[in-house]
Write a protein that binds this ligand. Structure first.
Ligand SMILES: [Zn+2]
Ligand SMILES: [Zn+2]
Length: 137
């Protein structure tokens, strides 16, 4: 019985995450889950997200200077983050190959984070006329 409830909660949390395309933090997922299922606790949402990330059902994205984000899209793809508003978007994956020298390390993964300005912030900046020539990354 308890197992059935747990499975159901997991499905609800997974579905909610997949409907959010903003790469939410665990707190944001909790807020969305809470709106429709107020009985699911914050700790359950955090725990289930961690579990599903370990199982490979969802992605946990670690970004510098931000809480971990979660992503319901598990196919290989890259991420770009807006340096002003923090918005994260999906972009196509670029194969980079392995370095010829790994300094004795066994490589297990690689995280590339593109930075830039999202369309909304670009428009906002243009309005404020603050873009001086080409912005360098
Ligand atoms: Zn932005
Ligand atoms: Zn993504």
């Amino acid at each position: 019985m308890a197992d059935t409830r747990r499975t159901l909660q997991k499905e609800i949390i997974h579905q909610t995450l997949c409907q959010m395309h903003c790469h939410p933090t665990a707190g944001m997922v909790y807020e969305a889950v809470h709106r429709t299922h107020p009985t699911i606790s914050r700790s359950t949402v955090f725990r289930v997200l961690g579990q599903m990330a370990e199982e490979g059902r969802i992605l946990r994205i670690s970004l510098t200077g931000s809480d971990d984000r979660f992503d319901g899209t598990v196919r290989r793809h890259g991420h770009v983050r807006c340096r002003l508003c923090g918005a994260v978007a999906d972009i196509p994956w670029v194969e980079m190959g392995s370095p010829s020298d790994t300094a004795g390390f066994l490589l297990e993964g690689c995280a590339v984070e593109y930075r830039g300005l999202c369309p909304r912030c670009q428009a906002q900046l243009k309005k404020e006329d603050r873009i001086a020539g080409k912005a360098s990354l």
